[in-house]
Ligand binder design. Structure first.
Ligand code: GLC
Length: 426
């Protein structure tokens, strides 16, 4: 009897000791995020703020490739093995439909209360079969960055049409080269064969009345005269107002050139604003942003971009992972990111926050651009969007590089998209 008691006492103390040890052991959460511009640093700072109030959680912020298709490839490797290594994924606005099966429903982890604070279109985009597979983190829209100082010097206004952009880009380029800057170019953008080109080209087509590749009613409409016209125009920029290397450019290549003072105009996302205005930037105080130029449609178009946080179904700690994701996408955190790094909030009320507007005035003046941004055909083509986009940007890239003629590329693209998706052709 005595022995039994002694064994029981020993067991209890071992158990309580081990529970103490386990309590002291922090829960490890890994977040896969982007590293474009100062994204990684901002995510690490947010993680540090979470850890300050949650000493039992240790967050590792993992950087992932800049280019969307490379990042997707990496994520797919983790999903294929149902890897528990990554708990939270930063996912593109185009991915919820393709990747939904790998994520938990955030409505089951407290997102119900805060969903209504966000733009309803993004919540809808992130809702697959009634499940909220990702919480919106920041939204994006393509913008035209311009050197206000140079426009003034050359007596020009910010261009409202692609024709005006071409003329202004050429004039400034010639003038700056005459002044001795041989490396100066008129217009930089994203022309590499990847998702960024899909975004740029969609803007060209939509602004010229050329549709959105696959329209929202599920009809493939890319082979049309307006699309053809603007694609030929864009191809003519390569080597004239845009550097020949633009066909290999992603966001950061364009930003480096513009921020280095070597381009008059740039197409980029809002994140480039805060970096361009930073202390060490040679263009700080010298540039501004406007909507992208219009073509035949009479209005410019901005592609809707943006990133969300999703919790992996294979995470060993979905509750804590969800808490971290909701914290990072919370009002306070979105406000910090907006002010410090010009990331567009997805929480609507932040667009009337005075501190935010003071730091990033165009969040107010270009509000319409953000709410009217044109979506890529990701919902309509899910779960094949990535293949759709790949066919699209390869076709466009072949025209930019001169490998194919625009008419041929678009006609074949239309057939390829039909073969892939089975959707009807207009
Ligand atoms: C930005 C956008 C994203 C888009 C990507 C393309 O990160 O937010 O939606 O897919 O650029 O490069």
């Amino acid at each position: 009897m005595k022995l039994r008691v002694a064994v029981a006492v020993a067991l209890v103390s071992i158990l309580s000791l081990s529970s103490l040890i386990f309590a002291a052991e922090p829960v490890r959460i890994t977040i896969a995020t982007g590293a474009v511009g100062d994204e990684l640093e901002k995510s690490r700072e947010a993680a540090a703020r979470y850890m300050e109030t949650h000493p039992n959680v240790e967050i590792t912020v993992l950087d992932t490739p800049d280019m969307v298709q490379d990042r997707l490839g990496l994520y797919l490797q983790f999903f294929e093995t149902r890897s528990p290594e990554i708990d939270v994924y930063q996912i593109d606005v185009i991915w919820p439909g393709d990747l939904a099966e790998h994520f938990v429903d955030l409505y089951e982890y407290g997102a119900e209360e805060i969903a209504a604070l966000h733009f309803s279109e993004i919540i809808e985009n992130n809702t697959v079969d009634g499940r909220l597979v990702a919480i919106p983190w920041f939204t994006d829209a393509g913008l035209l960055y311009y050197r206000a100082d140079l426009l003034e010097e050359y007596g020009l206004e910010p261009p409202k049409t692609w024709d005006e952009l071409e003329a202004a880009a050429l004039k400034i380029q010639e003038g700056e080269r005459e002044k001795g800057n041989e490396d100066f170019w008129g217009y930089v953008w994203q022309g590499n064969a990847y998702e960024g080109l899909t975004c740029n080209a969609l803007e060209w087509f939509a602004s010229n009345g050329g549709g959105t590749v696959i329209d929202s009613d599920g009809v493939i409409s890319i082979f049309n005269p307006n699309a053809l016209e603007i694609l030929e125009k864009a191809a003519s920029w390569v080597g004239t107002i845009s550097p020949p290397g633009v066909i290999g450019f992603a966001e950061e290549d364009a930003r480096n050139m513009f921020q280095g003072g070597n381009a008059a105009f740039m197409r980029n996302w809002p994140y480039a604003y805060a970096l361009g205005q930073s202390k060490d930037s040679v263009i700080a105080g010298k540039f501004d942003v406007s909507p992208l130029p219009a073509g035949a449609s009479g209005a410019g178009a901005a592609t809707l971009g943006g990133w969300q946080l999703a919790v992996s179904k294979y995470s060993p700690h979905p509750e804590i992972a969800a808490d971290v994701a909701l914290f990072m996408a919370s009002y306070d955190e979105q406000k910090i990111r907006a002010i410090e790094a010009s990331y567009n909030p997805t929480i609507m009320s932040l667009y009337s926050d005075q501190e935010v507007l003071e730091a990033v005035p165009f969040f107010g003046s270009l509000y319409d651009v953000f709410i009217n941004a044109v979506a890529r055909p990701s919902t309509i083509s899910a779960p094949q969007y990535n293949e759709v986009s790949t066919l699209f940007f390869n076709a466009v890239h072949n025209v930019l590089t001169g490998k194919d003629k625009a008419a041929n590329a678009l006609e074949e693209l239309e057939l390829d998209l039909h073969d892939l998706t089975g959707l009807p052709i207009k």
